[in-house]
Design a protein around this ligand. Sequence first.
Ligand code: HEM
Length: 415
Amino acid sequence: MTKEIPKERGIDHTFSLLTEGYNYVGKRMSGMDTDIFETRLLGKKMIIMTGRDAAELFYDETKFKREGALPLRVQKTLFGVGGIQTMDGQKHKIRKAMFMSLMSDERLGLFRTIVKEEWDRKGHEMERKGEAVLFDESEELILRAICRWTGVPLTDVESWNRAYDIGSLIDAAGGVGKRFRVGEDARPRTEAWLEEVILAVREGRLETDPESAAHVVAFHQESGEYLDAHMAALELLNVIRPAVAVARFVVFAALALHDFPEWKEKLNTQKDLNNFANEVRRFYPFTPFLGAIAKKDFEWHGYEFNEGETVLMDFHGVNRDPRLWEEPEQFNPDRFNDFTDDRFTFIPQGGGDPNHGHRCPGEPVTVIIIEESIRFLVNGLEYNVPQQDLMINMVRMPTLPASRFVMDRIKVKED
Ligand code: HEM
């Protein structure tokens, strides 16, 4: 006997999603006492699921595909049209292997060194300014670091504008009106910049480390051919853009140090730093949900799914699910001391195995940026957090503290 999927009544609920943001899904799950419900968003029937088992189902490639799942508005801003996020099967695996090959221990070690150097530089720059907005500074710092690591030239003159453009791609994904248009405008400009880099690498005008992303992506082959230069630029941007997005986690980490200062004393080992970074990724809101399309009819937990249906997986809810996390509303890095990862419980950047499915390949890069930012904010810098509006608006997606974390009386600590 199959069960009926609970339904949200009404013609379309896009407005509710826009006005409730991150709370939209959780409110309905608890209101209907369910892990799954059907609604209509953007004029389309959608099934929304939460919980660990739902995450496992979502990553079952025999049941779901990504082609056609991403709204064009998200492709025109955040991801680009037709990149890895929309690929399936063998083609996806080949493209994904390219991204995974960038993440060797040696390359990640180099990235950590670069991030440390960039924080040293940024610390002095912020000291000279006296007052700084951490979110903006972090976006620019990360862009510098990721460009050095990927082999993409970036001059001092362009770094702030490029960082602003890339930031606007991320911000536009959940926005309407001007917010959307600013991101939509920035995408062709940013892709053109990287397309020129790809061509310069291919033509030998730009020398790059053979293991850097600019080189790997430029010379990556599928069916014996290089990627079209525009697609290569889009995929290179798929390394650079999400790294810049980590600025949100840097700000959340600073907010955690501000709101829960007792943890500063407990950051003695690398493991402590890693726990703190993971708790930042679990506790603060970032990716709300993501879509896939049923490849065939099937039954799961007594519910019927039909071929062609769009399913949204609630990432945000799983990271705060009280069945999976003790006191999920508490900020407690120590919970990661004895955490055993089953790949579907802690999913700030997707679930499953990144080598096979769509899980984010950039988790080590993300964690390095957060860890080194915490290390610098605690050990490398003295600063004051003046009165400001640090509220996290849960309606805005993606969100961050309203003031973007202003700091003043900034001074680099002497060794
Ligand atoms: C703020 C930090 C980040 C967040 C919240 C994040 C989140 C995500 C999420 C939710 C996905 C989709 C998973 C899925 O489709 O099932 C994803 C995919 C992806 N991420 Fe990240 N990510 C971050 C940082 C990074 C970094 C630093 C990189 C690269 C260095 C990166 C590269 C990618 C790529 C290429 C994909 C597509 C993977 C695929 O479709 O197979 N991300 N990320």
